[in-house]
Design a binder for this molecule. Structure first.
Ligand code: GSN
Length: 221
């Protein structure tokens, strides 16, 4: 019996949030063990559980997996969220890497020094509206299907919704020029497993606040 996956990370989004999204979308229950302080991280490191002395770490199927992309890839493949052939997987990977670039830019905002915040915010809005969202709007328009790749629900859909919601937290009307993404958002938010993850009280984490930065820095630096 392998039990539920156990996620080791701090109690915030960071590099674990996409993994939470993918498990939730797949309808997989998971447990979380929060790294609350430097000592918790040191304990994991000294216990030999972290291949590169870093979290995220996920205990799953008898493995102690590290490296957030490797973990996400495993979960996507295991739960049939990774396309039906190599070419679909390649497309999903390209889309997901683009989304991840935008998502990381957004997540980095909280960590910007005060004097750089305004410029950084402008970059987020520019990249979202001029680089990334037009691509996915066009993909949906060109093939006319509900899902991004292969007419089948995949991690690309999950991660696009995650990214859209994060971008809207920065600028609520960021989808104003993207009608197909608005419909995509409404549709995917209504998938039962995702709908549940979007309810208050789920394991989805709130946006990192300024007050959390010090706490996170103290654990990891
Ligand atoms: O994607 C990954 O999981 C790795 N390429 C990076 C993981 C990483 O940077 N982990 C940090 C925590 S902050 N990020 O999510 C970490 O464990 N730092 C402690 C250390 O001693 O390096």
């Amino acid at each position: 019996m392998s039990g539920k996956p156990k996620l080791h990370y701090f109690n915030g989004r960071g590099r674990m949030e996409t993994i939470r999204w993918l498990l939730a979308a797949a309808g997989v229950e998971f447990e979380e063990c929060f790294v609350e302080a430097k000592d918790d991280l040191v304990k994991l490191q000294k216990g030999g559980s972290l291949l590169f002395q870093q979290v995220p770490m996920v205990e799953i199927d008898g493995m102690k997996m590290v490296q957030s992309r490797a973990i996400a890839n495993y979960i996507a493949a295991k739960y049939n969220l990774y396309g039906k052939d190599l070419k679909e997987r390649a497309l999903i990977d390209m889309y997901v890497e683009g989304m991840t670039d935008l998502n990381e830019l957004i997540m980095g905002h909280t960590f910007q020094p005060a004097e750089k915040k305004e410029q950084h915010f402008a970059t987020i809005v520019d990249r979202a509206t001029n680089r990334y969202f037009p691509v996915f709007e066009k993909v949906l328009k060109d093939h006319g299907q509900d899902f991004l790749v292969g007419n089948q629900f995949s991690r690309a859909d999950v991660q696009l919704l995650e990214t859209i919601l994060a971008a809207e937290e920065c600028k609520p009307d960021i989808l104003v020029k993207f009608p197909l993404l608005q419909r995509f958002k409404a549709r995917t938010s209504n998938i039962p497993t995702i709908k549940q993850f979007l309810q208050p009280g789920s394991q989805r984490k709130p946006r990192l606040q300024e007050k959390d930065v010090k706490r996170v820095m103290e654990i990891f630096h």
